[in-house]
Write a protein of this length. Structure first.
Ligand SMILES: [Zn+2]
Ligand SMILES: [Zn+2]
Length: 445
């Protein structure tokens, strides 16, 4: 891969676009419309900053001076605190309702946006675990400032709550040393702590995070690692109760039909201008490959669209397959392949082994030529390109242009002689923005 990078650093982008720093070329965030992307990124950063502030703001007035030795027996604690009943959506329930169940405490507030964003994750987890027959109970302990906020927040929760009482809540917050919200505390030994980010673990794995222990978290991470290296397509692209993908024209295509092909997992969203630009290149390569090699290659859209409508518009414009929007698979694949930015293309060989996570670079540089996307294939392409360059003079004079032209490399350019697109080697002018295909060179005499 080093060789590829070295050559890429020399590429320049010139198709009626602002100049982009060379270092941007080989990065995943390369984009032909940098200003739009910069704006999106600024917005994202601002949102992230706000989110972090809410997450990490220390809760004023808390002191964790006393360390309680036994925090697991919540019934005893309720008894000592004089809590006679808990609340459910139906009304009061005796605290003894929790007897024999796996109890988890949920510290959260209605005024806190990350809390409101996390609650649906918890809801999904709660319902899934209950369906699996696990006797789990969550008890909401409010960080709200008044009873109205508490009531509003509790409306979204099907589990239990400690009745609203600021002083009691403070004592519980102190006892469990809760310094940020949302916080989720399972009352079992070896549970992932607040500091170890159980909230993030639940966001990542949903109900699979149960029983919320460090051991379970390690197991999940190990499973991800294995799948990121080698997995069957059914395991990677399917879900409980679903063994098909969907096509742009709404057909259910069994996952077994893609077995034996090279697969590109295409992480993309309809709202993203860089994705739209890359989709054009990818479609081109896809059609060329189908024409040249038949059914050896397939692309599967892993959408990051904001809703189902957007997703439907996105996939219906693409000639390949998609993972359905509804289940967790899209989310799981983003995590497994550590996708931090879109567009991204992960290429998997017919044997289920990952060939490259840098498919976007391969397609945007070499199109269908890059198939089967292995390092050795890219090395061959690089070598051929270098050989081609070595056969060309470093400097030339052309009858059509008044300045000396130098041999250069550009990712894409328009030849000023034939007006057609060019790629890689070009004779270009340092003085004006002039480019010439090496094949369009006309020497004097
Ligand atoms: Zn030309
Ligand atoms: Zn010139």
């Amino acid at each position: 891969m080093m060789i590829i990078k070295t050559i890429c650093m020399g590429f320049r982008e010139r198709v009626r676009l602002a100049r982009i720093p060379l270092s941007k070329f080989s990065s995943d965030s390369y984009d032909i419309r940098p200003t739009i992307r910069a704006k999106v990124q600024d917005l994202k950063k601002a949102t992230q900053k706000r989110r972090q502030l809410l997450y990490r703001a220390p809760m004023a007035g808390l002191n964790f001076e006393v360390t309680y030795t036994d925090n697991h027996d919540i019934l005893k604690i309720f008894e000592a605190e004089g809590v006679e009943f808990l609340l459910s959506s139906e009304g009061k329930v005796p605290a003894s309702e929790c007897n024999g169940k796996v109890i988890c405490l949920f510290f959260s507030a209605n005024w806190c946006r990350p809390c409101r964003a996390f609650t649906p994750h918890l809801l999904e987890l709660y319902e899934t675990l209950r369906k699996r027959g696990i006797s789990l109970e969550i008890i909401f302990i409010s960080f709200d400032r008044d009873g109205d906020g508490f009531k509003e927040h509790f409306k979204s929760m099907p589990w239990l709550a400690v009745p609203f009482d600021v002083n009691l809540h403070r004592r519980l917050i102190d006892r469990y040393r809760v310094d940020r919200i949302p916080s989720f505390i399972p009352l079992c030994s070896d549970a992932i702590t607040i500091e170890e980010d159980l909230i993030g673990c639940i966001e990542d794995y949903g109900a699979d995070a149960f029983p919320f222990t460090r051991k379970r978290h390690e197991e999940l991470k190990a499973m991800d690692k294995r799948k990121s290296e080698e997995a069957s397509f059914e395991e990677l692209l399917g879900h409980v109760g679903r063994n098909f993908l969907i096509s742009g024209d709404d057909r259910k295509v069994p996952i077994s039909e893609v077995a034996g092909k090279t697969i590109g997992l295409y992480f993309c969203a309809y709202w993203s201008p860089p994705c739209c630009a890359f989709t054009v290149q990818l479609t081109d390569a896809y059609n060329n490959l189908k024409a040249a090699k038949g059914e050896c290659f397939e692309i599967v859209l892993i959408s990051t669209d904001r809703d189902l409508d957007e997703f439907n518009v996105n996939r219906s414009s693409m000639p390949w397959l998609a993972v359905p929007y509804e289940d967790r698979t899209r989310h799981d694949l983003r995590r497994i392949f550590n996708i931090k930015g879109i567009p991204a293309l992960v290429l998997i060989g017919p044997d289920g082994k990952v060939v490259s996570v840098n498919g976007k670079f391969m397609i945007s540089s070499y199109g269908a030529e890059a198939f089967p996307f292995t390092e050795s294939r890219i090395r061959d392409l690089e070598a051929a390109l270098r050989k081609e360059g070595e056969a060309l003079p470093q400097q030339v004079e052309d009858v059509k242009h008044e300045h000396v032209l130098k041999l250069d490399m550009a990712k894409a350019y328009v030849c000023d002689s034939c007006r057609k697109q060019g790629k890689f080697w070009t004779f270009s002018c340092d003085v004006c923005d002039y480019d010439l295909h090496p094949s369009c060179l006309e020497k004097a005499n």
